[in-house]
Structures are given as C-alpha cells and as structure tokens.
Design a binder for this molecule. Structure first.
Ligand code: FES
Length: 84
C-alpha cells in the first residue's frame, strides 16, 4: 500500500463555500494542494471528496497524516522531515 507524501508540515487555511464539493488530496502528490489534481493515479491512495456544510475558513491538512481528514488535527507536529 502506498504511503502519503508530506506536502507541507503545516496546514493550509482555505475558504470553503457552502454546498460546494471538494476533493482533498490524500496522497500528497497533487500540484494543486490541498486539492486533488489526479496525480494519485501513480499510487493506490484516493482523494477524500466532501461537501462543505457552510461557508467558512478551515485549516486543511497538508502533511496528509491527519486522523480527521481533510482537516488538520496537529499530527504534523509529530512528524519528521524525512517523509515518515
Ligand atoms: S492527487 Fe493526491 S489524492 Fe488525488
């Protein structure tokens, strides 16, 4: 099974729009972080598709190791820079 690549060791603040669908990149390979650009086809990780409940600012996970995807849960603070 593929491991996600750490896109960044800090979350990214994003403005979500109520009712809009988003595809959060779970593999870390997208060039359009934090969202999927189809680059996951190189591995067996799929994006997380979700609909925004309301219009709001949120912090989306960029380390791709969160347990609360697509949102940051501070797991990035426990990771090393060697992509583990
Ligand atoms: S490019 Fe990462 S999940 Fe699609």
């Amino acid at each position: 099974m593929s491991k996600p690549i750490i896109a960044a060791c800090e979350p990214l603040e994003v403005d979500l729009i109520a009712g809009k669908n988003y595809a959060w990149c779970a593999c870390g390979r997208s060039k359009k972080q934090p969202f999927c650009d189809g680059s996951h086809k190189q591995c067996d990780i799929k994006p997380v598709v979700f609909k925004a409940d309301k219009t709001e600012k949120v912090w989306l996970c960029m380390c791709k190791h969160t347990s609360n995807h697509p949102f940051c849960d501070d797991t990035h603070n426990t990771l090393k820079d060697d992509n583990t």
